[in-house]
Design a protein around this ligand. Structure first.
Ligand code: ADP
Ligand code: MG
Length: 233
């Protein structure tokens, strides 16, 4: 089965003598093509959940299945390969490399997978889709925040991942730019059927997702799917 399954997924940290339950037994299924907003106060475990989903962290307990693969069974190289092939990341601070131009930044993840033959062409197409064809040779410092985040979104898609994880991607831009980025993400979600898991503080943005998961103290407080609007015949 395609998709992601979290079973009692748990991440604890020790700080001094104290155990911090950053994520505490989360069980849920993520189906291909969902657009999920993860909300909750600062410290509720949102980033920890995202980093576990992206195989950047290993859980303390519980299981994470990606497309039916039990990720605990993967060796380090297999984990890295799965991350490179299946997962795209977008962060609040864009994380673009300042010494590379837009095209080079978008092409960067191609290095971590084999047979990225049509990679350059695909990168150029993605830059076009995010509306930056006329900025291919620009450096990150020459872009606005919204443009930089569009580059980061194009980069996150270049290996054709099945899921994109976004940690407060609109946290550093103004409201109008944020909405433009969300419109772009919604379009990519619909057209490419790519799963989006987006952490946000912004209730307007969270309200546009097809599902909202609210975390509190590392646990799922609420998990609500928005009913599809069915046209009346
Ligand atoms: P959020 O993204 O919702 O703000 P986080 O997932 O970053 O929450 O953090 C959840 C909890 O885990 C917080 O109490 C945080 O301080 C703690 N935490 C996160 N990362 C670490 C770490 N590397 N070491 C110790 N505690 C951590
Ligand atoms: Mg966070």
């Amino acid at each position: 089965m395609q998709g992601i399954r979290l079973e009692g997924l748990t991440k604890h940290y020790k700080r001094g003598g104290e155990i911090i339950r950053a994520l505490d037994g989360v069980t849920l299924d993520i189906e291909p093509g969902e657009f999920i907003a993860v909300v909750g106060r600062s410290g509720s475990g949102k980033t920890t959940m995202l980093d576990l989903l992206g195989l950047l962290l290993k859980p303390t307990a519980g299981k994470l299945f990606i497309d039916d693969v039990d990720t605990a069974q993967l060796g380090d190289r297999q984990r890295a390969q799965m991350r490179a092939r299946k997962v795209g990341f977008v962060f609040q601070e864009y994380n673009l490399l300042s010494g590379l131009n837009v095209l080079e930044n978008v092409m960067l993840p191609l290095r971590y997978v084999k047979n990225g033959k049509d990679g350059k062409q695909h990168a150029i197409e993605l830059i076009d889709r995010v509306g930056l064809s006329d900025r291919l040779k620009h450096r990150p410092a020459e872009l606005s925040g919204g443009q930089a985040q569009r580059v980061a979104i194009a980069r996150s898609m270049v290996n054709r991942p099945s899921i994109i994880l976004l940690d407060e991607p609109t946290g550093a831009v103004d409201t109008e730019t944020a909405q433009q980025l969300v419109d772009l993400l919604k379009r990519l979600n619909r057209e490419e059927h790519v799963t989006l898991v987006l952490v946000t503080h912004d209730t307007d943005i969270a309200g546009q997702a097809t599902r909202q998961i609210r975390l509190k103290d590392g646990k799922v407080l609420t998990d609500e799917k928005v009913e599809e609007l069915v046209p009346v015949a």
